[in-house]
Ligand binder design. Structure first.
Ligand SMILES: C[S@@+](CC[C@H](N)C(=O)[O-])C[C@H]1O[C@@H](n2cnc3c(N)ncnc32)[C@H](O)[C@@H]1O
Length: 303
């Protein structure tokens, strides 16, 4: 059994054991070389309880992304790189698969927008390019600071890179600013949504489900389906690092600061495989999917 596991080491989920300690009111993660690799079939309920407490995921995410309110977009575009690349891939796959009815308003709901709404902006870029410019944006996040910075367009945008590598123009930025400044912002934990929201034509979630435990990833996919109109689109892009890559990432981010010089703690993360994530869809058919070393994405049509 053990040999079998070693020969097939692909984990269904992985949590690097970052030691989370409270310092000056914040959780600070100290990277520990041990990691917990498990799969759903062989992990006991006790292990789940020990390693997957929902409140630590939500509290550490809230702390990290509130401190990254103005810096998230630029950091992801210039330091980690793959979140921008993954969001562009997701956006292209969505626009390829939507029915193009000119003049129709598209309601775009972004779950886990973070400061700068990277996922929404990448989608807006593709919609703009395809002439689909009637868009209502809804931005949902557990962090109000992130939502406020985004709606106020008060965040760092690495324009040189975006122009050179991703073809952003002044015309697109003006269009995007107009949409984002009129966005509806919804501060809530997606796992305890307590209000009715307008249903979306496109419900997207970028690099957010890995901030949830495995049961809650399933709940988040279900919530996305229920927030999407029939015959419309659900799109997810998410991180899936190997234990080695995660530990490298966590070590590099151990002493992270934001542009105000404040310490930014890391948040608890867990990863699953694309196939398992897709398996959480209950009422949608998959239209497109893909994976790279650090992330995967899928686009589905809700029935
Ligand atoms: C890594 S950022 C992703 C930002 C952007 N979508 C992207 O693709 O890069 C994750 C965001 O999800 C938010 N988040 C984490 N857990 C959440 C939850 N349970 N409910 C709502 N938002 C959550 C965090 O506050 C953060 O802003």
């Amino acid at each position: 059994m053990l040999a079998e596991k070693i020969r097939h080491p692909t984990p269904c989920f992985m949590i690097a054991q970052v030691r989370l300690v409270r310092r000056k009111g914040h959780f600070v993660g100290t990277v520990d070389a041990r990691h917990f690799v498990g799969n759903r079939e062989t992990t006991s309920q006790e292990d789940y309880k020990l390693h997957l407490p929902r409140e630590i995921y939500s509290r550490t995410a809230m702390e990290r992304f509130s401190l990254l309110d103005k810096d998230y977009f630029a950091k992801k575009a210039t330091e980690d790189k793959f979140p921008l690349e993954g969001n562009v891939k997701l956006a292209k796959a969505i626009v390829k698969n939507i029915s193009k009815a000119p003049g129709r308003e598209l309601v775009v709901l972004d779950i886990g927008a973070a400061g700068g709404a990277l996922t929404t902006l990448c989608l807006l870029k593709e919609l703009f390019g395809a002439g689909m410019v009637k868009v209502k944006s809804m931005l949902l996040d557990i962090s109000m600071d992130a939502l406020k910075a985004t709606k106020g367009w008060d965040f760092v945008l690495p324009m040189d890179l975006l122009r050179k590598k991703y073809g952003w123009t002044d015309a697109f930025v003006n269009f995007a600013k107009g949409i984002i400044s009129n966005a509806e912002i919804i501060q809530v934990d997606i796992l305890s949504l307590d209000r009715q929201l307008e249903k979306a034509d496109i419900c997207i979630s970028g690099f957010t489900h890995h901030h949830l435990n495995i049961y809650d990833k399933q709940a988040a996919v279900k919530a996305m389906e229920s927030l999407t109109k029939s015959n419309c689109i659900v799109g997810v892009v998410d991180e899936s690092l190997s234990p080695k890559d995660y530990l490298r990432w966590a070590a590099a981010h151990e002493h992270e600061t934001n542009s105000r010089g404040q310490t930014v703690p890391i948040a608890l993360e867990s990863f699953i495989r694309l196939e398992r994530h897709i398996g959480f869809l209950e009422s949608s058919i998959v239209l497109a999917k893909g994976k790279e070393r650090e992330y995967y994405y899928f686009v589905a049509r809700k029935q």
